[in-house]
Write a protein that binds this ligand. Structure first.
Ligand code: NAI
Length: 250
């Protein structure tokens, strides 16, 4: 990815930060975007101090105007946009379908589905001018499986796969590849929060059923995203890449 320009959303921590770091280590210039301004500044600074080319952008992906500005700033700063990882995502409040609130539905859809839609839209406006690019959208094993009390999260993540496949068909002939990734249970601050919030038992039971018998590491998702964005994946179009230690094949 040397001399490439990459944009990662939700890059202040977890999978997003690990992926931004992995891209930077291959020689790419990386724009790290996150709604948490202080944290994303710190994350970008950490990579800059290590000698990498980074840019921090405060952006809430559920705000279409901010997303447009994020993509414009990346292109203005680094001159182009070769790859993007639309990773920012949040969990829903656990509730059975009959009890879910419209506020939580809109909150989760606004980030996990419309956020990805907005990001893709503005990234593609630049990439189609260039005639090249690679986008990876972050879905989840929740994008291919059901999950009790997680209907809005799973609904949004299923939607990400539909957006990905449809856009992939539109842009494949223009040199732009769009794929999605479905992480399994990955040890990040999101999972720490689920454990602290009383979901430790559920997670323990899930880990017991993962064939590799452990949580995944954010770096294991980062390396898959890197591959999808690289020329080594030049024939991979509209694919849903599941990286879950075998959880979903049972
Ligand atoms: P995390 O909670 O550790 O980090 C997410 C980052 O996204 C945070 O820095 C947060 O500030 C940022 N963010 C949240 N909402 C945002 C918004 N509206 N605009 C911009 N940034 C925002 O999460 P984690 O675990 O790293 O997850 C990353 C992605 O991977 C998410 O889309 C998540 O749904 C997905 N995923 C995670 C799994 C896991 O086990 N950790 C499993 C499957 C999917």
């Amino acid at each position: 990815m040397e001399n490439k320009v990459v944009l990662v959303t939700g890059a202040a921590q977890g999978i997003g930060f690990a992926t931004a770091k992995a891209f930077a280590e291959t020689g790419a210039s990386v724009a790290l975007a996150d709604r948490d301004e202080a944290m994303v500044n710190k994350a970008a600074e950490q990579l800059k101090t290590a000698g990498y080319k980074t840019l921090a952008i405060a952006c809430d992906v559920s705000d279409d105007t901010q997303v447009k500005a994020m993509v414009t700033k990346t292109v203005k700063t680094f001159g182009k946009l070769d790859a993007a990882f639309n990773n920012a995502g949040i969990q829903n409040v656990l509730a059975d379908a009959a009890d879910q609130t419209i506020e939580d539905f809109d909150r989760v859809m606004g980030v996990n589905l419309r956020g990805v839609w907005s990001c893709m839209k503005y990234e593609l406006q630049h990439m189609r001018k260039q005639g090249s690019g690679a986008i990876v959208n972050c879905s989840s094993i929740g994008g291919i499986l059901g999950g009790p009390q997680r209907g809005t999260y799973h609904g949004a993540k299923h939607g990400v796969i539909g957006l990905t496949k449809s856009a992939a068909l539109e842009y494949a002939a223009q040199g732009i590849r769009i794929n999605s990734i479905c992480p399994g249970i990955i040890h990040t601050p999101m999972v720490d929060k689920m454990m602290a919030g009383g979901q430790q038992d559920i997670l323990d039971a899930m880990i017991e059923t993962v064939p590799v018998k452990r949580l995944g590491h954010a770096e294991e998702i980062a390396s898959a995203v890197l591959w999808l964005c690289s020329d080594m994946a030049s024939l991979v179009v509209g694919h849903t890449l599941v990286v879950d230690g075998g959880y979903s094949i049972q």
